[in-house]
Design a protein around this ligand. Sequence first.
Ligand code: SF4
Ligand code: SF4
Length: 293
Amino acid sequence: MQVAVSGGKGGTGKSTVATNLAVALHSLGTDIVMADLDVEAPNDHLLLGAELANEEPVNQFMPRFDYSKCTKCRKCAEVCEEHAIVTLKDGTPFLMPVLCSGCRACEIVCPVPGAILEGFRTIGHTYVTQTPYGFTLVTGKLREGEERSMPLVVVAKKKALEIQKKEGGMLLVDTAAGTGNTVSKAIEGSRLLIAVTEPTPLGIHDTELILKLGKLMKLETWVVVNRSDLGDVGKVAEIAEKYGAEIVAEIPYSENIVKSYVSGKPIVLENVPEAKIFRDLAERVTAFLGGGE
Ligand code: SF4
Ligand code: SF4
């Protein structure tokens, strides 16, 4: 059982919705594992007031050349689609690590046994953190300067699924912003996609993209409108209707939410009116997953 929280563009409050939903679901008695797959800028742990723990490196294959064996035939450079191998005039190959995707095509095509050796580089880390709210948070974090986030999303999601299998319950995934392939990978396998947006022209444009993705992946899709009093929710509703989605929550701009964000304390546990929005959303998710919708 998997639910994904996503958003067409960054800064819409996706992580605020995801973390508050996680805490609310858990407080309703739903066992959950949360996965922060926004690997370029994971921040769910900050919003949950937790310190990342149990760090493990995510390594990726990278060729190393044994120049005593290499015949300088250039085959490795020719096959590399990423142009990660450059050759000198005489054919001597050099690697530009940051461009390497780890596909091993160079290793496969090299005609000289042992000329390409096994190397690796650490592209990021995964973390498995016990939150103060009683559920596990799996986080993927890409190393600064690395550009390929897909391997990290794959490894972190696999880890989250293994923990979910062991512990039972539901997997709540917080994806990156946008509609790229890492977002699709994070969403894959979900029963429900919750798209968080705001009623600004850019927000509405990007909502359409995420709703298109939801439709393409044949997912039940809901929309949460954040800072709903700062624009025209009617326009979001029009787009949502076009894709068979429904607005399930509207969150007005709130100082209380900003304060909770800064202090790392989910607002859903506070005695303020905004908390009810997240509790209601959690109840709706529970009803949906239980077959109530
Ligand atoms: S592993 Fe793939 S991307 Fe990396 S250098 Fe070899 S062919 Fe290029
Ligand atoms: S394919 Fe192998 S032998 Fe040829 S240049 Fe590359 S490493 Fe050297």
